[in-house]
Design a protein around this ligand. Structure first.
Ligand code: ADP
Length: 201
């Protein structure tokens, strides 16, 4: 069995930035966001089922899923949200398990933004949290995503709180400083995970 380190954090905490440093050290990544997109790519059974339920207007002109329209469909409709989750969650889970099992390396980094929100705490051997203050998240989200302060605040409010994430974390990377400081923290953690993975084997 592969030793699994889950990497999580709120929007713009720096998950991708930290994950890239692990990747440069040769750690295989399994990215929950990428899997969630791939299970509804053009040609998949899941996308056909979504079209069968909502009609062709759920697609963009290139035949791919119109996520904005789908989000609207499930936004205030609990029944639709449940239907979609019951379609996608098993597929995402299956694909995630497959990729983790076939990852080459002493341990795998599972990048999963909604780790706390989706109650995945028992699904990893260790949870690494990328932590910054909400103020830093807001400032970075406004710049990266070109959204307003209010929009960024809404996204933050829809996610788990900093305290909820900290309560589940085994390790924390403080990403409020210069990006270069992450390298030192990640190098230290990598060494620790190699040791933990060796004992786990
Ligand atoms: P996440 O994957 O958690 O949403 P990203 O890694 O994409 O976050 O980082 C969000 C934004 O903040 C990006 O534009 C990134 O370049 C920037 N960023 C990340 N870490 C730092 C840092 N330590 N200092 C300044 N900007 C940062």
């Amino acid at each position: 069995m592969t030793y699994i380190v889950a990497l999580t954090g709120g929007i713009c905490s720096g998950k991708s930035t930290v994950a890239n440093v692990f990747a440069r050290l040769g750690v295989p990544l399994v990215d929950a966001d990428i899997i969630a997109r791939q299970v509804v790519e053009s040609g998949t059974t899941a996308l056909s089922k979504i079209v069968a339920r909502y009609g062709y207007h759920i697609l963009l002109s290139d035949g791919s899923l119109n996520r904005a329209v789908l989000r609207q469909k499930i936004f205030s409709e609990q029944r639709e949200k449940k239907w979609l989750n019951s379609l996608l969650h098993p597929l995402i889970r299956q694909e995630t398990e497959l990729r983790i099992a076939s990852a080459k390396g002493p341990y795998v980094l599972w990048v999963v933004p909604l780790f706390v929100e989706n109650g995945l705490c028992g699904k990893a051997n260790r949870m690494l949290l990328v932590d910054v203050t909400p103020e830093i998240q807001l400032a970075r989200a406004i710049v990266r995503d070109g959204i307003t302060y209010q929009q960024a605040e809404q996204i933050l409010a829809s996610q788990a709180s900093r305290e909820q994430r900290l309560a589940c974390a085994d390790d924390v990377v403080d990403n409020s400083g210069e990006p270069a400081t992450i390298i030192q923290s990640v190098t230290f953690l990598h060494k620790q995970y190699l040791e933990l993975a060796a004992v786990f084997q």
